[in-house]
Write a protein that binds this ligand. Structure first.
Ligand SMILES: [Zn+2]
Length: 268
């Protein structure tokens, strides 16, 4: 790896999506992911679907590479990204969707106030795009982006969230759909990141992403679509049988993102 190359931060997600939609060309601090922008070749996407599994660390990808094969099969890029400090869920997702560091968006610890700064959703809405969030009740993504002119589908279980997300893709009423699954995070906190139970949930998250990609291919056949597998922070083992995150360490700060741009299928 080129050591002079600055590692891409998860704050790049907002600028990347805005540039792909042709809403704003990234500049200054708002830096889009150069690999995705180059791959897209200046075209305009019609839809974006972002799957946010919680706490999928880069080291999990490095150590259990085979588990990620299904994600790789439906993606063009597997990229290591840097998270932000403190590496806890509301701080990281606030940075991912506001495109700025915690000291600017204001969530600097584990708390879930409604963000008042500009987010990807605000820019999309201002550009006339329709946005939806599918998430589980009480979780960061279900709370910090509220009070916007968009639709929130909040359910008690991950299963219901994913069923709704698939339905939304089938119905094709939204330009941007964000889907949150916190089940790996909660399982690894209680059992440790590498417990059998936790790794099984990680498998599930990867399978859900692959399934979503299949839905995109099928129901957005004639659309150009950007989609990704985009966790917020990593995780590390503590006390042998539990997991944690929030520190400025390799395990917590380095995450793996998968991205793809699906071409629009031409008719005739
Ligand atoms: Zn998290």
């Amino acid at each position: 790896m080129d050591e002079n190359k600055k590692q891409i931060c998860l704050t790049s997600v907002k600028a990347t999506v805005l540039e792909l939609f042709g809403i704003e060309k990234s500049q200054g601090d708002d830096v889009a992911n150069p690999y995705i922008i180059e791959k897209n070749g200046g075209k305009i996407i019609d839809r974006a679907v972002i799957y946010n599994p919680d706490a999928v660390a880069l080291w999990l990808y490095e150590k259990y590479r085979d588990k990620f094969i299904p994600a790789g099969q439906v993606s063009e890029f597997a990229l290591p990204l840097k998270s932000v400090m403190p590496s806890v869920t509301p701080v990281c997702f606030a940075s991912m969707y506001s495109g700025v560091m915690p000291e600017i968006h204001g969530i600097k610890k584990y708390e879930k106030p409604i963000l008042t700064c500009e987010t990807l959703f605000d820019r999309m809405i201002a550009a006339g795009k329709k946005c939806a969030i599918c998430s589980t009740a009480g979780d960061s993504i279900s709370k910090i982006f509220l009070n916007r002119n968009m639709d929130y589908f909040i359910y008690p279980t991950v299963w219901q969230v994913n069923a709704k997300a698939k339905k939304l893709i089938r119905q094709d009423k939204y330009d941007l759909i964000v889907i949150y699954n916190g089940n790996y995070d909660s399982t690894m906190h209680h059992n440790g990141p590498e417990a059998k139970k936790s790794l099984k949930v990680l498998d599930k998250n990867i399978a859900v992403y692959k399934k979503i990609a299949g839905y995109i291919k099928k129901y957005y056949a004639d659309k150009r679509v950007f989609y990704g597998f985009c966790p917020d922070h990593g995780c590390h083992e503590i006390d042998g049988k539990a997991g944690s995150h929030g520190l400025d360490c390799y395990e917590d700060m380095n995450i793996i993102h998968f991205y793809s741009i699906k071409e629009a299928k031409k008719n005739g």
